[in-house]
Design a protein around this ligand. Structure first.
Ligand code: ATP
Ligand code: MG
Length: 456
């Protein structure tokens, strides 16, 4: 036992109380005493013992009252009752009401100590059990964390993800910004045979070309200024695990060639090196661009595309799965409550839910998550009110009907551009804050601003 067992002794005879105190102190217990039932009740308000040993007959509150109070505080605390005038009736009652043991005075110290030791062990076991159960539950929910959504278009993608997960197949995950591409990539990893190995990732849009190459493939000392020692590439370091190439559409054609070779040959050549290194990674890639369109523009290599596109998961935009809005909203509010350590998630006013359902969510699930987090800060009390939702969400028209079969690309860039403008406006032109709200790197935002011709 690491910390001493805390015992509460209750008896109205001070002589007995003192004897018991000395006895239990000598055995290494942490001893609390109360010389009346009433004193015991108030002691229980402030301190939680591991076990309780109480006389039954006391003026005022008796042993059974003490026991009732203990149950209230923690039903797992064992209570041992003792009495001089044993009556079968009270004995039965005591045990029926959950006493751990019923002792008749006078008793031998050995007997008392043995009973208390057993009670303490039972108590510690229960505490430990509870802790383990909690721990297991926590692990379970983490392990089984399935992306949220039961709309048809989303469930179809999830099912496909579940089918390809246990294979070694390369998967291309496409979808607008904030639709959950990374969420799905992690889900695939968790369901795969590589689940107990690392999930590593790199955002291909966040680094300049030369840095991206040295990060991916590694470099040897002296291969460029700043390369002061040999460095393994991420693809090598991630061996055995899953490697997620985020924003693959941003990769330069030269790096694309090297990546293609790495996938085909299962080896990489570090920058500046002549020898190659074996790799063993499963590749998942994500893009919010239409890569076929990029191929037509000459910005993406078709050979790499066909290599990555063995399986393509197309994540539907949120506006095409509006029936998931409520589910997602409640999921995020629950997560928020957990992070804040509060027992109850905030309530979602019906009117607020209506507002959420009317908006068309160009920033998809991420935008929904951000809107709720902000509303949680703004809204009074434990409610998410419509008034607390961001202006752009509240002031929206009914959602457009979007044809699911329509090619997503022509409108996608338009939507992204509009969304960026919106967020920028909401953040009063502050780009780093806007990048944060958008959930992208400031460098990615700058690139997008350039691309969309959104000037200084
Ligand atoms: N189905 C879902 N269930 C629960 N959370 C989700 C789901 N989809 C998205 N999210 C949440 O929404 C946010 C955006 O998801 P994610 O980062 O996976 O999107 P993305 O498609 O990779 O976006 P981007 O293109 O901007 O990188 C994350 O906080 C994620 O946890
Ligand atoms: Mg992402």
């Amino acid at each position: 036992m690491s910390s001493p067992v805390k015992i509460l002794l209750v008896d109205d005879e001070n002589g007995i109380l003192d004897t018991l105190k000395i006895l239990f102190r000598g055995e290494g217990y942490d001893v609390l005493t109360a010389n009346s039932g009433k004193a015991a009740l108030s002691a229980l308000e402030v301190e939680k013992p591991d076990i309780v040993l109480s006389d039954i007959r006391m003026p005022g509150a008796g042993g059974l009252d003490v026991m009732a109070k203990v149950r209230e505080v923690d039903p797992e605390i064992p209570v041992i009752l003792m009495t001089a005038q044993a009556s079968l009736q009270t004995a039965v009652r005591a045990v029926n009401e959950g006493a751990y043991y019923y002792l008749q005075k006078p008793f031998a110290n050995d007997e008392l100590l043995a009973i208390c030791r057993r009670a303490a062990e039972a108590r510690l076991l229960k505490v430990e059990n509870k802790r383990l159960k909690k721990e297991i539950k926590r692990r379970d929910t983490r392990g089984a964390k399935r992306p949220i959504g039961r709309s048809r278009p989303f469930v179809e993608v999830l099912k496909l993800a579940e089918t390809v997960a246990p294979t070694e197949s390369t998967v291309l995950i496409s979808g607008e910004s904030g639709t959950g591409k990374e969420v799905v990539a992690r889900y695939i990893h968790r369901l795969s045979d590589r689940a107990d190995r690392a999930f590593s990732s790199i955002n291909c849009g966040a680094l300049p070309e030369s840095l991206l190459e040295s990060e991916l493939f590694g470099h040897i000392k002296g291969s460029f200024t700043g390369a002061v020692r040999d460095k393994d590439g991420l693809l090598v370091a991630a061996s055995g695990g899953t490697f997620f190439l985020d924003e693959i559409g941003e990769m330069s054609p030269a790096t694309q060639v090297k990546l293609l070779r790495a996938i085909q040959e299962r080896e990489v050549t570090p920058v500046g090196a002549t020898d190659s290194v074996q790799i063993d990674v499963r590749i998942l890639a994500a893009t919010n661009r239409d890569l076929e369109e990029e191929i037509r523009r000459g910005a993406f290599r078709s050979d790499l595309y066909y290599r990555l596109n063995v399986i393509q998961l197309r994540l539907p935009p949120l506006r095409n799965r509006m029936e998931d809005i409520e589910l997602l909203a409640r999921h995020f509010l629950k997560g928020l409550a957990e992070r804040e350590g509060s027992a109850e998630p905030r309530e979602l006013e019906p009117e607020a839910l209506d507002v959420l359902r009317r908006y068309d969510w160009p920033g998809n699930v991420r935008e929904l998550e951000n809107a709720l987090e902000r509303a949680a800060v703004v809204a009074p009390g434990n409610q998410i009110t419509a008034a607390a939702l961001p202006d752009r969400v509240r002031e929206s028209r009914p959602a457009r009907v979007v044809d699911e079969e329509a090619p997503p690309n022509p409108t996608m860039e338009v939507i992204e551009r509009a969304y960026i403008l919106w967020v920028l406006e909401a953040e009063a032109g502050n780009k780093s804050r806007a990048a944060e709200v958008l959930g992208i790197d400031p460098s990615t935002l700058y690139r997008k601003l350039n691309r969309y011709g959104i000037g200084e």
